[in-house]
Design a protein around this ligand. Sequence first.
Ligand SMILES: [Zn+2]
Length: 389
Amino acid sequence: MAAKQTTRELRRRNRSALLSRLYLQGRGSRLELVDSSGLSSSTVSNVISDLIADGVVEEAGSAESDGGRPRTVLQVRRDYGHVIGVDIGETHIEVGLFDCALNTVATATYPIAGNLEPAHVAELILAGIAEVSANPVSIMGIGVGVPGAVESDGLVHAPTFGWKGVPLAKMLADSVSAPLYVDNCARTLGQAEMWRGAGRGATRAVIALLGVGVGAALAVESDSYQGVSSTTTEWGHTVVHAGGLPCRCGSRGCLEAYIGAEGILERYLAVPGSLPFMAEDTEARMRELADRAERPGPAADTLATTAEYLGIGIANLINLVTPDCVVLSGWVSLSIGHTILDAVLDAAKRHSLSYLHNRTRIELGQLGPEAVALGAATLPVIHFLANGG
Ligand SMILES: [Zn+2]
């Protein structure tokens, strides 16, 4: 019995090791898998045959090799299964359906309209899951990214939502048939940027999530099956201005009070000569502000100050955790990132130690508007890789 279990565990571990390598590299040959995994060529050959027979991996043509005969290229089948990712934002719920390689298949977005009650949020999540999975596909799992901490018992604490110990997974589980995973959204976004986005190839990256709230995940390369380990920080509540603007956490002068979406819009409206916004919702107002900032005036001044504070926040990260890469992600980065990036780079350079700054690249995220939902979708993928398909 014990021997049988050990054999099964070894088989799962070998499948997981090879599947993870193929998944994270995109494609590879049997010989490359032998080199990178340290497994024998007969083990690699057997495990790959099993994975192909199970429909998890497929052969995708051949590639030239140095001097030898062409090698068969292997890849994880994109249509093996689908995953769902849920982004619980402060302005909207977005649910994305992705194929196995995390390409977007469908999305559904529901405005939260100021009602952050857990029951209301759960209702919107379930509506989104039903909408994107309307076409019959096999769902391997559902990942939910929450703007707060998730305890080991699954209870969610999200101070900015007023959530204390909300059993979100339990509230959703009865209504969905696929396995459900809940984790912090900055952490899962960090994972996605490292796998598929601007963090690729970094060994130590900070992924900043810029929205109504401001968070950051520290993602460090690891030899685990998911290739990266990621932890969250409360970067948004580090103080950048002693005695500065009040923050919703109760302190003053926090980074979030200056570069969180509400903070940016409020600072603009407080500038003499600023004009009221035409739009009602926060995201549309941010786009209006970005349009107005194309000409000199209060909007351009507000974004210049925003860039300065964001640059200071990044400089603090550079001095503290010496990342080789800082990725600016989240919807605020999508709407104003291109406008302020040069000024942010300049401020980060002025406020950090040059020998540390020179080792750090600062980039805009590459994952687009579905970035946070995509990040959440990495949760079921991690389980798929860990179980060896
Ligand atoms: Zn704060």
